[in-house]
Ligand binder design. Sequence first.
Ligand code: ASP
Length: 323
Amino acid sequence: MKALFAAAAALVLSAGSTLAQGYPTKPITLVVPFAAGGPTDVIARIVAEPMSRTLGQQIVIENVAGAGGTTGTTRVATAAPDGYTIMMGHMGTHGAAPALYPKLKYDPTKDFEAIGMAAGTPILLVAKKDLPPKDLKEFMTFAKAQGDKMNLAHAGVGSVSHTTALLLNNQLGIKPSQVPYRGTGPAMNDLVAGQVDFMTDQIVNVVSQVKAGSIKAYAIATPARSPALPDVPTTKEAGMPDYQVSAWNALFAPKGTPTDVTAKLSDALFKALADENTRKRLLELGGVLPEKDQQTQAWLKGFVAEEVARWTPVIKAAGATAE
Ligand code: ASP
């Protein structure tokens, strides 16, 4: 009997180690905490394809939208830490959300294992194509005169588009009405249709629409113009030099996911970012690829802590919370 138990224990042990060794042995779920078609979803799909080739398993995208991305992020924070549920987070879910949701059910700095940075995403101020202002200076005057008659689209409280609009409104002293969506993919559809007036969003969502002339871009909130949209001026050039803000998307696993598993995922991500076709797709959409020294799990972990610390006072100063 004793021997049987010993044998069973040995079996369990060896099953445990081969689990990590043979990982992955089944499809991996990649949670996108926003609707399909938006920046987080697009970046997730671009990197998932080459990652799944490296890992030899399918990566299935699951869109779990709601509450500015915090619904899907909470789901992943409490998922089994076995490497089969991971997520594409961003500056909102893993930076701004704690300051906006005092009762947030996860801590971005404690409840996740960092896998790696996927892409930096500059923020642009974009508007429906028929909005009267021709440039940023005109927009500033127009927005102040309109008061709450203007409306802005965002992806829910705590999202990138919400947080960056909060900053814009605060700097301009304006209070437009807010129209929340389950992601900026659907928000963009309404901007193109002229249902909403403006939005501040991640570059990957706006490049093709700006190029097609279906929306207009007033400025990019980074120190330099983007090679993906060379005609769009910076906020500094266009008259709002203090509006400087950039976002990012990165992969995370639930806390406690074995280190050899997250190392495999991280390796697959950075191999993906070295793949020529993947780089081209991200760069064409204006994504900023992480530098070599930013391509580690440790770098992302430190960066998330910096982002939470950076956003908390900014949001407090803007006087906003979700609850
Ligand atoms: N860009 C979005 C945000 O504002 C979300 C999305 O990726 O759809 O947070």
